[in-house]
Write a protein of this length. Structure first.
Length: 75
């Protein structure tokens, strides 16, 4: 995958923390930030799926009453 440059401004304490955490993991600060963003993206996806499942569980009866049972097709 092609890489692109992204410039961000953070306070010195945040920058130092990022450097320390990356060093502890034996990776570059760039890789550390990239992994944090990917982790956040994954958490958002899981949160969305869980919210959708909760919604369907909560309103399953309403959908059943309105649209009929599974496998019956659409009206």
């Amino acid at each position: 995958m092609a890489k692109t440059q992204l410039n961000v401004r953070v306070d010195e304490a945040t920058a130092e923390t990022a450097r320390e955490r990356a060093s502890q993991r034996g990776i570059s600060v760039n890789r550390y930030i990239e992994e944090l963003v990917q982790q956040d993206e994954g958490e958002n996806g899981r949160a969305f799926v869980q919210a959708a499942a909760d919604f369907m569980q909560r309103y399953e009866q309403v959908f059943e009453e309105e649209f009929g049972g599974r496998g019956e097709g659409t009206r």
